[in-house]
Design a protein around this ligand. Sequence first.
Ligand code: ADP
Length: 655
Amino acid sequence: MANMMLRTGVYCARCGFTDIPYVRALLLMLMLYFAWSGAAAAEAERTAEIKRIVILHSFGRDFKPWTDYASSIRTELEQQSPWRLEITDHSLVAARFSNENSEAAFVEYLQALFAMKSPNLILSIGAPAASFVQRNRQRLFDRIPMLFTAVEQRNVRTNELTPYDTVVAVAHDFPAAIENILHLLPDTKHVAVVNGSSPLEKFWREEMRKELKPFEGRVTFTWYDSLSFEAILKQASALPPHSAIFWHLMSVDAAGIAHEGGRALRRLHDTVNAPIFSYVDSFFGRDLVGGPMHSVAEGSRQTVSVAMRILGGEKPSDIKTTVVGFATPKFDWRQLQRWGIHEDRLPAGSAVEFRELTAWQRYRWQIEAAALAFLVLLSMTMWLLAERFGRRKAEIQNRSLSLEVVHLNRVAEVGALSASFAHDLGQPLASIALNALFVKDKLSAERPLDKLNEAVGDIVSANAHALDILKHMAGLLKSRACESVQPTDLNDVIVEALRILSTEAQHRKILLEKGCHPGPVFVSVDAIRLLQVLLNLALNAMDAMADTHSGTRRIAIRTAVIGGGDVEVIVEDSGPGIPTEKIDAIFDTFYTTKENGTGMGLSISRTIIDSFGGKIWAENRSKGGAAFVFTLPLSTRGAAQQPAMEPRLVERLAS
Ligand code: ADP
């Protein structure tokens, strides 16, 4: 019908037989919806189905290692199951003792339970539970699917397995466990085996004795299975050096006390002074050194995958599994440290857990960030220091250059003046000399007077020429000093002079002092020339103090506005002073007492000060040291008003 409609279209009463494509699409969607809702309903029905699982524990729910298997299996089941699960736990408490008759009541109890609701799967955890199931298979469980897990292969009677049974078995390799101890700690002479005395533990004691026989030449074994746990603790605490402990099981001790969880192992660890090893990783994580061990996680994963297949409908006996051996060895880093076991001794591919992170590993990014910040700061500091150093060097160079310039200036002026003198005075002096010779000749000849008159006339005019030259030179110096005279604040020039002198003074350990009139003191000078005078005087003072080793070396520059519209400037030092008889001579051109002196500094200074309309002279201080004093007329321009008058500085020199 639907096909026909799709092929031919739909009949419409008003408009007749019409082919409408969207009607066909609508029909297709409806069909898809019904198909999907059918599948969804089937899926919902399937997931709504409840699968009942019974977990049979060997000694009780909290006995290691089975408790860890059970909880791991339960978690995996809940994660993987597409069905709703109803899991019930039952513990075979009777397995702790050797009395098999005591399990009859338990069998009856389970019978009553299963009569009400039959489970879809029974999971036995551990050997006692497996053997209990096998003993009561017909009576109790008959056709209920059965999965034996967390059981050593030797504890399963394979010939008694029914078509409804399957096994996820493990294989203990005790020689490998002991070999591990001897490999890590080759000096081991003694191994104490901790084992309980429940039927299962007794079984394993015999197995271990057989399997560990080959080691008897290398180590001695002590078996703790006939002791109460308290006695075990006591004995183990007095173990001789080079001992190790092999923790097998401690479910029920010889005193009949059950030991749940990992508390017994923890107590042993905290009491004894020997490394502890085991073969199940259920005990690993605090007290064990480690080695090849059963992995609870791996065993549980295999168990759950088999359980899923059984719940999905597969026949248990059709599911073939392989026996689970020891997993890759793993070690506790803290225990390796405690017993001084180097990681080189661990088997290749071993895992090392609980490694304590180094400060670097733990705070790596913080350390990196701090180091980066430190480096940035360091480079900035270095850069700033380099910058400062560079600037300071440049400043020092600049100041040294300024001082050098003062000196060169003097030398250059001397040089220039000397050359000029030599050239200009050469002619008149030669002429004077020639004429003098001529006079000498003629005095011895006849009629000398006419010629003599002529020669003396020449001598007079040559002499006048020489004098002109000298005047011209003096005028030249004066005019150079006046090149750019303008109103200048004397304080500014002094501050600049002190700034230039500061580095040299520091170098020569000289204290610079300043005691200037506070306000602006305007004088009409060429600032550069005045600066040259101040530097000249100060440098002379520094030179004079070169051999002064007692007391503080100091140079003071002071100013005072004095009467007559003048300002007085004093540059005084704490040097040896000037010999009284030389106090005027020192201003003479070429007067010097220094090996490399020019004898021009004071002479030029006087010329400069004279050119500014001032006066310069030298005095000795009453307290010792020289004082160079110069005055300058105050400028009427530049200053808003004349600065206030002060007492004269020179008067203070004598006091
Ligand atoms: P130079 O410094 O080249 O010797 P100067 O004309 O500047 O030439 O100085 C002439 C001389 O005056 C110096 O050689 C020195 O003997 C003397 N003199 C200058 N200043 C002082 C001073 N402050 N203390 C003692 N002697 C000085």
